[in-house]
Design a protein around this ligand. Structure first.
Ligand code: MN
Ligand code: MN
Length: 463
């Protein structure tokens, strides 16, 4: 038998980035300054797309034209319907040898306005909302909120709305009961204490001057919107307006080791994937970074990964090199990047510590997601996991592997299955998040940086 020391070397250890790669902590903090700007500049998928396009253009990316000539080192991009980003760097190998795909999503849970949102009730004007994605409704009252969106006006023009982000802007909020009158609400189950119908956004309380008019407060709000944006009530039917938290990304903790922000899920993977794509100069394999929409509602629709838009783009790239797309897909690899649950010591009973993934211990690999008996998941092969872990080891990247929580406590899915279903080897990785899907999610800076190093190593891999 080997000695105790030799035997201990055989153990799987899940250690912090600070212990395994202390030299990376300062670099992580620096990298995250850009990430915080990315968060503050993009609170909806449209805004993230716009900001990403600016970064791509600055880095020399050119709009992709189907049928164009593609040479090694060429950088091209395509925007899908103002809500998704596809960016690629052409490799020195033929596309027939496969793509290296990094995919993350840029939509986040929030409150959307309903088609007829504006109403007045007993002295207050409100917006009615319809929640988008898996929110815990009780978390959304009593926080400052901002209004973001786009309105397509009847004259064919469109106007962007953003209120609540500038220092002097007003903000908005949803009310909750005072504890003094909360005893009946306290008796309810958590998901029932605040309902979707309670999530009305406070807009104003001043009536217009004419006393004989009805709906005087609603009319004042509509008048202000009309003055600022030239819109009428009917224009809400042709708008996409989102209510999101008004606060900015902030360092968390005395050691500033974490970031609190709205929308880490999944911009915390989107930003590192985009940065790695931008910085990749001369890859062997053609790299493609996809920032997609609609993950939080199940990936359906023309901007979701369950549509063909990503695969059409890949097929069009193949056509430029006269390569059979099936051959290229079968040779490709994809890192499906989405956040994972960070083990939360304050709620330890839902986690399984040995298979938990922890904030500060590196990027997390998930062989499978889904629920119950691994239903509705891409279950990456041992070969694919091995490819990724050996790539990470070669590049000194700190990683961990696990599951979301205890078996049968819950579950969740990612876009990995939609990519894998197209005959592309895919594996889930991502940054662990505390308070996932809340208005103020928390991540560790070290993990964000490890995600970036993973995407970079994958893009640069020539084997
Ligand atoms: Mn996600
Ligand atoms: Mn999510």
């Amino acid at each position: 038998m080997k000695s105790a020391k030799e035997l201990q070397a055989l153990l799987y250890k899940n250690e912090t980035v600070a212990d395994q790669a202390p030299e990376q902590i300062a670099k992580a903090a620096e990298f995250c300054e850009g990430y915080k700007r990315f968060l503050d500049n993009g609170k909806t998928e449209r805004e993230v797309t716009k900001y990403s396009e600016e970064l791509l253009k600055k880095a020399g990316y050119k709009p992709f034209v189907a049928g164009q000539t593609l040479n090694p080192g060429d950088k091209i991009y395509k925007i899908n319907r103002a809500k998704c980003v596809l960016a690629a760097t052409i490799g020195t190998k033929s596309i027939a040898e496969g793509f290296h795909l990094n995919i993350a999503h840029i939509d986040s849970p929030r409150l959307d306005l309903r088609p007829v949102p504006l109403f007045e009730k007993e002295g207050i004007a409100y917006f009615r909302t319809h929640y988008y994605g898996g929110i815990r409704k009780y978390q959304w009252p009593t926080i400052p909120l901002a209004i973001h969106g786009v309105v397509c006006r009847q004259d064919g023009s469109s106007v962007e709305i953003s209120i609540g982000e500038a220092e002097n802007d007003p903000v908005f909020t949803i009310t909750d009961l005072l504890p003094h009158l909360g005893s009946q609400q306290n008796e309810k189950k958590l998901p029932d204490a605040i309902t979707g119908e309670n999530l009305n956004v406070l807009l104003g309380s001043l009536p217009i001057e004419e006393k004989d008019a009805s709906d005087r407060i609603k009319l004042r709000v509509l008048g202000l919107l009309n003055e600022a944006y030239g819109i009428s009530e009917a224009d809400f039917t042709t708008a996409e307006i989102e209510i999101v938290p008004a606060f900015k990304a902030r360092d968390i903790g005395l050691d500033r080791s974490m970031i609190g922000a709205y929308g880490h899920d999944d911009r915390v993977d989107a930003y590192p994937a985009l940065m790695a794509e931008i910085e990749n100069k001369n890859p062997a394999y053609t790299t493609v970074c996809v920032l997609t929409d609609k993950e939080e509602t199940g990936s359906d629709g023309v901007t979701g990964l369950n549509s063909m838009y990503t695969f059409h783009f890949l097929q069009q790239l193949c056509a430029c090199q006269n390569v059979d797309a099936i051959t290229a897909f079968q040779a490709s690899k994809c890192l499906s990047a989405d956040v994972t649950a960070a083990y939360d010591p304050s709620f330890a009973d839902v986690f399984e510590p040995c298979n938990g993934t922890y904030a500060g211990r590196g990027v997390a690999i998930y062989k499978y997601t889904g629920a119950r008996g691994k239903s509705s998941t891409n279950d990456a092969s041992a070969e694919m996991v091995s490819y990724l872990t050996s790539l990470m080891r070669r590049n000194g990247i700190v990683w961990q592997i696990g599951e979301m929580g205890k078996i049968d406590v819950g579950g969740g899915g990612t876009v990995a299955k939609y990519v894998a279903n197209q005959d592309i080897d895919t594996i889930d990785i991502g940054v662990p998040v505390l308070s996932m899907h809340s208005p103020f999610e928390v991540v560790s800076k070290a993990d964000v940086y490890m995600a970036y190093l993973t995407f970079k190593a994958f893009g640069e891999d020539a084997e």
